[in-house]
Ligand binder design. Sequence first.
Ligand SMILES: NC(=O)c1ccc[n+]([C@@H]2O[C@H](COP(=O)([O-])OP(=O)(O)OC[C@H]3O[C@@H](n4cnc5c(N)ncnc54)[C@H](OP(=O)(O)O)[C@@H]3O)[C@@H](O)[C@H]2O)c1
Length: 61
Amino acid sequence: MRDKIAIITGANSGMGLATTVAMAKKGFQVIMVCRNPERGENALQKAKTESGTDHIMVDFL
Ligand SMILES: NC(=O)c1ccc[n+]([C@@H]2O[C@H](COP(=O)([O-])OP(=O)(O)OC[C@H]3O[C@@H](n4cnc5c(N)ncnc54)[C@H](OP(=O)(O)O)[C@@H]3O)[C@@H](O)[C@H]2O)c1
């Protein structure tokens, strides 16, 4: 369990995705909140690759 958790809305593109990657790199457990499952899952894979971490998950509105 990580002690710092970030919940990011609008996380599948733009500033939300960039913030997801930045927070994951800083050691946060990141929960991406998205509304479209396909865009969300694609963004999750991109965020993991770009951050080089596996402590990111996605949930949906
Ligand atoms: N102040 C500044 O300097 C500055 C600079 C850049 C951006 N901004 C502002 O920051 C915001 C984000 O910009 P961005 O470039 O990152 O935009 P973006 O790439 O279009 O990303 C917007 C995100 O918000 C989600 N979203 C849009 N409408 C939504 C709704 N009604 N309910 C739930 N989620 C919704 C989108 O999800 P979907 O993919 O499902 O649509 C997407 O994940 C914008 O309001 C922009 O004007 C401000």
